[in-house]
Design a protein around this ligand. Structure first.
Ligand SMILES: [Zn+2]
Length: 277
């Protein structure tokens, strides 16, 4: 009995820590975030790279960590994070990425042009791609916050990573988290940041990109209204827009994406647990 008591104590303690630690979950899988310890906190801030891209570093609990976004198309295996300090000597650390399979999702979109764009639409989409790429490539050196807030209280209507079929046609996997809420519901910034871009995109509708530093970028899509302008600084929890159903949607919801080293990862690994409904 005693053993069981300690076991349940340990389990509840673990659960407590897991739900209160202000640090994302180490999920070395496609679509996950790998949290790799690089050096003790006594060193200067390291500069870290994964697949030739800068990755976010953060000082936490007496150590410097790399926070690496793993793309959905990554094959399981051993990967390298390299890092350096002021002396420019290069260090390496290997870590294993495990397999993860995501379910398929079948959606019916009434506006057929949003699934099979016309030639005219394609011109617009190509232009928008350049704006999106520029926004994704943003890097600023500021220290990141690792304790996020949820942007909207609501039902999760679609999780990250689902292999998607629109009107029976295969499209790219779901690059974010969908939270269903009524049109006009306020949308909050998940962390302090600077507005990189706001625009009306063909697929994403009205969208906001926020730069949180170190290549950590959040984006909010399908908005009814945006309340911020590029260059503006916002505080965590500040209302930046309103939930809508602009772009390719089946109903009003917020699509939240989180980018690390230009890679979309599952925002749920960074967000606090949902309140019991
Ligand atoms: Zn979505």
């Amino acid at each position: 009995m005693k053993k069981l008591f300690y076991l349940s104590l340990a389990a509840s303690l673990y659960f407590h820590l897991a739900t209160t630690l202000a640090f994302p979950l180490h999920q070395p899988v496609p679509g996950g975030t790998a949290i790799i310890e690089l050096s003790s906190a006594d060193t200067t801030q390291p500069t870290a790279f994964y697949k030739n891209q800068r990755v976010a570093v953060h000082k936490h609990d007496g150590a410097w960590y790399a926070l690496i976004g793993i793309s959905l198309n990554t094959k399981p295996g051993r990967y390298i994070v390299s890092y350096q300090f002021d002396d420019n000597k290069l260090y390496q650390h290997s870590f294993d990425i495990k397999n993860k399979t995501y379910k398929a999702q079948y959606l019916n979109v009434k506006n057929k042009r949003k699934v099979n764009p016309t030639a005219e639409d394609m011109k617009r989409i190509v232009k928008e791609r350049a704006i999106k790429t520029a926004a994704k490539n943003t890097w600023s050196e500021q220290t990141i916050q690792t304790e996020f807030v949820r942007p909207v209280d609501g039902r999760i209507s679609s999780i990250f990573g689902l292999r998607r079929f629109f009107n029976q046609q295969a499209r790219r996997p779901h690059s974010g988290l969908d939270i269903a809420a009524a049109q006009g519901t306020p949308v909050k910034a998940i962390a302090d940041g600077r507005v990189i871009e706001t625009a009306d995109f063909f697929f994403s509708g009205n969208m906001i990109y926020l730069d949180h530093g170190q290549g950590v970028i959040s984006l909010y899509a399908h908005l009814y209204k945006t309340h911020v302008k590029p260059g503006q600084h916002v505080k965590q929890g500040e209302i930046i827009g309103e939930v809508g159903e602009t772009g390719r949607v089946t109903g009003p919801h917020l699509h939240l994406s989180l980018l690390l080293n230009r890679t979309a990862v599952d925002p749920e690994h960074w967000l606090p647990a949902t309140k019991p409904q």
